[in-house]
Write a protein that binds this ligand. Structure first.
Ligand code: HPA
Length: 278
């Protein structure tokens, strides 16, 4: 498949024809963190399967729709359900959502995910503002022919998790009823959870949390110079930290517990973002 500019434009033209507007901020909702979607005013919902050249969500806890509307006084586009490498997509396909956002005129992207806590100071329910990531396995989503419209072949990722947005996120923490951390997210391909030995290795390498998403989207955002903010919700202690097995159910229960508070907090963050200063 030739993922050229025309390929991405086709999805964007379709979505634009339905929303007739330009979203300012995009947000991707992770596993069990769908509550935020209910806060969107005047929503226009578009099923992923109806968007040409888009992907479809195969994970049960992911709704599989794009929602355009207002939240925190801003025009937003929200992905309720995302795409992962473990679903069978190629890395090259995982650029599709962020490139859609870029073509729609989005000025900043917020990514959220459920993650396992590697840092033993962290607790289930804590929120980690991602300051950096480690991705040692698998290919880059930017592999293949470069689409110059979005960014250069080789690109810097030193400050890809935008400092200004991270500071803003911390400043919004007060009264949220949530505990915030700042740390490093390490990407694993899944769908199996990690082994205890992998988690020990991750800790030595400097990871604070592990998960199976976000990094491909974050790299795509960095490539097209999109300001970026990413949050990891600690839904479990990573493998081997506690003397118990990991399960998707545990992840879902922990995410559901904070989903409402987190949704409210995200709305506050969105309301505080000053688009003209990004
Ligand atoms: N590992 C990987 N992905 C995850 C985890 C985990 O422990 N928890 C939630 N998503």
């Amino acid at each position: 498949m030739d993922y050229n500019f025309e390929y991405f434009k086709k999805s964007a033209d379709y979505v634009r024809s339905l929303i007739n507007d330009e979203p300012e901020i995009a947000i991707v909702l992770g596993s069990g963190l769908g509550d935020f979607a209910s806060r969107i005013e005047d929503p226009i919902e578009i099923k992923y399967e109806d968007i040409p050249n888009f992907l479809v969500s195969t994970v049960e806890s992911h709704a599989g729709k794009l929602i355009f509307g207002k939240a925190g006084g801003k025009k937003i586009i929200c992905m309720s359900g995302r795409f992962h490498f473990y679903e069978g997509y190629d890395y090259e396909q995982l650029v599709i959502p962020i490139r859609l956002f870029k073509l729609l005129g989005v000025k900043a992207t917020i990514l959220t995910n459920a993650a396992g806590a590697v840092n033993t100071d962290y607790k289930v329910g804590d929120i980690m503002i991602v300051s950096d990531h480690i991705k040692l396995n698998g290919a880059s989503p930017l592999r293949g022919k470069n689409v110059d419209f979005f960014g250069p072949r080789f690109f810097d990722v030193t400050d890809m998790y935008t400092k200004k947005l991270r500071e803003l996120a911390l400043n919004c923490a007060e009264d949220s009823g949530l505990t915030f951390r700042e740390g490093v997210y390490m990407f694993f391909t899944g769908p199996q959870f990690e082994t205890p030995a992998e988690i020990r290795a991750a800790r030595i390498l400097g990871a604070d949390a592990v998960g199976m998403s976000t990094v491909t989207e974050a790299l795509t955002a960095a490539h097209c110079s999109m300001p970026l903010l990413a949050f990891s919700v600690m839904t479990n202690m990573a493998a081997g930290v506690l003397d118990q097995k990991l399960s998707d159910e545990e992840v879902g229960i922990a995410a559901a517990k904070i989903s409402e508070r987190f949704g409210k907090y995200i709305e506050k963050v969105i309301s505080q973002i000053n688009i003209s200063e990004l």
